[in-house]
Design a protein around this ligand. Structure first.
Ligand code: MG
Length: 284
């Protein structure tokens, strides 16, 4: 492809990314329910019923996942066919969006990690992905205060839409489907193997992208997730685009979309991010 075409293609990618719903932007600040309906620590009692489950979205009566102490952190290098999205040195694989245009990322890079600079916006990969294996390490630094959804909130957003929650969840209560490792707003992690604040956590995510025929969903997205080496989702279907206090639903999109890391106005760190596109048997 010549340079002009390459540029046009890149611009289209970024414009498409800019139009994608950012779950973090779907939390209306002036639209909180009355205290009697709950909060981000206790959960809620006024939210809609989750289809196929006996619980409401962010249900205050839903049991929190039981705690599991994971094994010790082991540093793991990416396999040879992985695309390294962040090696601790630079953000060359990422952009941030400003008024629909890709900009140099504003997140901080130091000591081998990137750290959210609150309110600069989420980080978006330049490349797009569908079915994939994704490795991400994250930490809520010491000194971050707050409670419930207000303590180390970020998120790994597959296709910029389907969030695996990042949150301080070792010693921080919130509703079950909002804890670290949750398929946010629908499925809590099966157990809670979160490490304490100030320690690195590891997500190994196997993701199957949803399939659409025209406007029709023909197969939902599926998540299988290991959290610090402990399974927290086993091929669980995603309900739709992640959203706060509502039942998620699908909006058709391309077979491949960028990966994003959520800016939820709190300083969370990331490192050692790599991805492999998944293929079937007997394919190169
Ligand atoms: Mg989040």
């Amino acid at each position: 492809m010549n340079k002009a075409l390459l540029f046009a293609a890149a611009l289209m990618t970024f414009q498409a990314a800019a139009q994608t719903t950012d779950p973090s932007q779907k939390q209306p600040s002036g639209n909180h329910p009355p205290a009697s309906a709950g909060d981000d620590v206790r959960g809620y009692n006024d939210t809609p019923q989750l289809p196929g489950q006996p619980w409401k979205v962010h249900d205050m009566n839903r049991p929190r996942a039981r705690k599991v102490t994971p094994g010790a952190y082991v540093e793991e290098a990416p396999p040879s066919d992985a695309m390294v999205l962040f090696d601790g040195k630079d953000l060359s694989q990422w952009v941030q969006m400003r008024s629909g245009q890709p900009q140099e990322p504003k997140w901080k890079v130091e000591n081998g990690y990137m750290e959210i600079v609150p309110h600069t916006g989420r980080m978006v990969t330049k490349q797009k992905f569908g079915d994939c294996q994704l490795h991400v390490e994250w930490m809520v630094p010491n000194g971050v205060t707050g409670q419930g959804q207000g303590r180390g909130n970020s998120g790994v957003e597959l296709m910029m839409r389907y969030e695996i929650q990042v949150l301080e969840s070792h010693d921080n209560l919130t509703y079950a489907d909002g804890a670290a490792g949750a398929m946010y707003g629908a499925w809590p992690p099966l157990v809670n193997p979160a490490r304490p604040q100030g320690e690195w956590n590891v997500y190994d995510i196997l993701f199957e992208a949803p399939r659409f025929e025209g406007d029709k969903l023909v197969k939902p997205a599926y998540f299988t997730v290991l959290f610090n080496g402990v399974m927290v989702h086993n091929h669980q279907a995603q309900l739709g685009t992640t959203i706060w206090r509502q039942v998620a639903k699908y909006t058709p999109h391309s077979p491949e979309e960028p990966l994003s890391l959520q800016d939820h106005s709190q300083p969370v760190r990331y490192r050692n991010i790599w991805i492999r596109k998944l293929t079937g048997y007997d394919q190169p």
